[in-house]
Design a protein around this ligand. Sequence first.
Ligand code: NAI
Length: 724
Amino acid sequence: MSESTTIRWEQDETGVVTLTFDDPNQSANTMNQAFKDSIAAVADRAEAEKDSIRGIIYASAKKTFFAGGDLKDMIQVGPEHAQQAFDTGTSIKAALRKIETLGKPVVAAINGAALGGGYEIALASHHRIALDAPGSKIGLPEVTLGLLPAGGGVTRTVRLMGIADALLKVLLQGTQYSPQRALENGLVHEVAATPEEMLAKARAFIDANPESHQPWDVKGYKIPGGTPSNPRFAANLPAFPANLKKQTGGANYPAPRNILAAAVEGSQVDFETALTIEARYFTELVTGQVAKNMIQAFFFDLQAVNSGASRPKDVERRKVRKVAVLGAGMMGAGIAYSCARAGIEVVLKDVSPEAAAKGKAYSEKLLAKALGRGRTTEAKRDELLARITPTADPADLAGCDAVIEAVFEDTGLKHKVFQEIQDIVEPDALLCSNTSTLPITGLAEGVSRPVDFIGLHFFSPVDKMPLVEIIKGERTGDEALARAFDLVRQIKKTPIVVNDSRGFFTSRVIGNFINEGVAMVGEGIEPASIEQAAAQAGYPAKVLSLMDELTLTLPRKIRLETKKAVEAAGGTWPGHPSDAVIDRMVDEFKRPGRSGGGGFYEYGEDGRRTRLWPGLREHFTKPGTEIPFRDMQERMLFSEAIDTVRCFEEGVLTTVADANIGSIMGIGFPAWTGGVIQYINGYEGGLPGFVARARELAAAYGERFEPTALLVEKAEKGEKFTDA
Ligand code: NAI
């Protein structure tokens, strides 16, 4: 028996053994080699000393209960390491199984986050108690990294709650539950208010259950809700692949597929065989490219972005106390809510007290919904609402240390509202504009302190969308950039940092996707196929329906303005094949989009999409016009990828992490790719493969697909795309 280095064994006089996870070399407990050795050692000791043990408590000395597998290792696992990957968790699973089947009560005292591997340890206990600590999360989020929980997570959740609940509540969405919601959904048995109460409950369980077994280790056990061999269950099974398709649009997401297979196949065999099946499906995922893409984006890139890789280092951190939000429309109302939720005082200003109050009413509506779902309390709702002061009087903005402007998209108006308030707010207040397209440098000309002026581009709906694009104007100072960054983190959103240009990064790049879809309508391709291609490529919104939401008049207005600006500067405007389609839709057919009564789609009285507008087939579709489905998808993906590279060439973007995170979280670039630059780097054949394919697309569909100079240069040197 080797010495246990990451687990402390403490046995009290009544025979209760507390196993405390406490890795001396890390801030969180992970499934590293030291843990593997330790858990094997304590399992052997528990078996050997079984007669003197009355019960076992798993506990943690860290802030979190247990963090899970090491993603730094997992991202390195190639197909050649398949056997190793298959064997990875074997010894840990065997040790947990040994303790689980001793016949003695085993309790997990979950003091903080228990996600992935951490919750799998808890699942190997007979009783799970969670401490109601703020921010504490419980669940199996592996699917969001393109993986499945292979530490017994699939096998045990299926046996704990039945296949349907395990899939829908835990495995397929990777939901992270608060302790209270984990209790409601059957992930834990009890919630405790204090560590002392948690310990008392753990002991009470041990006292009441001198002998204890998992339900599935008791003779006669049946999986709740039945298994596919039961005819009633089998009749419902076909609905699952359909649900999966709905969730992924039929796109390239192997993890949900493998989770479904592991759950269904594992439910029909004994426990040990189910663990083997789970491990096999995991191996397939961890050695594949999609999991690597998703781990890179949702773990490493996200960490880089949130930890401030793009934030000036030598500026001290500051918190905003009181923010002025100018304009209480759709965006202003959402921004006010997000700031108040983070504890910031908000003065919400519009042209009339009524308009301002309407903006505050949006927070009331969101909070009423949250209250109805048990996500907040009346006291918390009242506190949050008390932080929002609606007004039409500029004098109420006194004392604000930050301003976020969200009035109509009009340079003159934006200048005017800043002039009205700049001498009233704090003399060094941070000045932000939520413009979605107007260059920040130009807007800064309208304020007395351009050095403190910056773009803060939120996405709609603000309360749900996690990303904020920070835009540095030519005269924006480092201090303003750092403060804007800190403000975004203060309201718990993810900031990417870009340099000024029309449309910045996100609004500009998403335009390519939409234009490509619309251009295909003009070529005569069946509109339903175009929508299908976007869904199967993995875009969360279909391309023509997205165009309808944004309204067709908006890109037209931007196009005409940009054309004017380019021509005024002596350039030539290249135009796009989508232009003619949009012009006809707006001018000839009077179909400007959903808010204008209809666009590419028709809408019912409740505003819901009913069907594609039949006129499209009459006026645009040329029956028999077909291009390969792969070309349709890649025209959308490549048009965005190539323009992103241009953003690097023009200095709009400087880091790969900003590009990857911004593309997935801001504009719906398919998550399986790991983001737009990871898509280029990971393309079949690497950069040379991407360049060759871009040339093929250019030859077939137009110059806009020509690879840029930077792409060609990197491909020739055999390099990957890296930070500028
Ligand atoms: P909106 O039309 O819903 O709201 C604009 C609000 O500004 C109205 O309530 C209006 O009464 C108010 N306003 C006008 N003049 C004012 C003044 N002098 N003082 C105070 N308030 C005044 O517009 P929305 O959609 O909220 O957009 C606002 C800004 O956010 C625009 O610059 C837009 O480009 C940008 N944006 C919009 C996004 C969207 O999805 N709608 C996404 C990201 C940015």
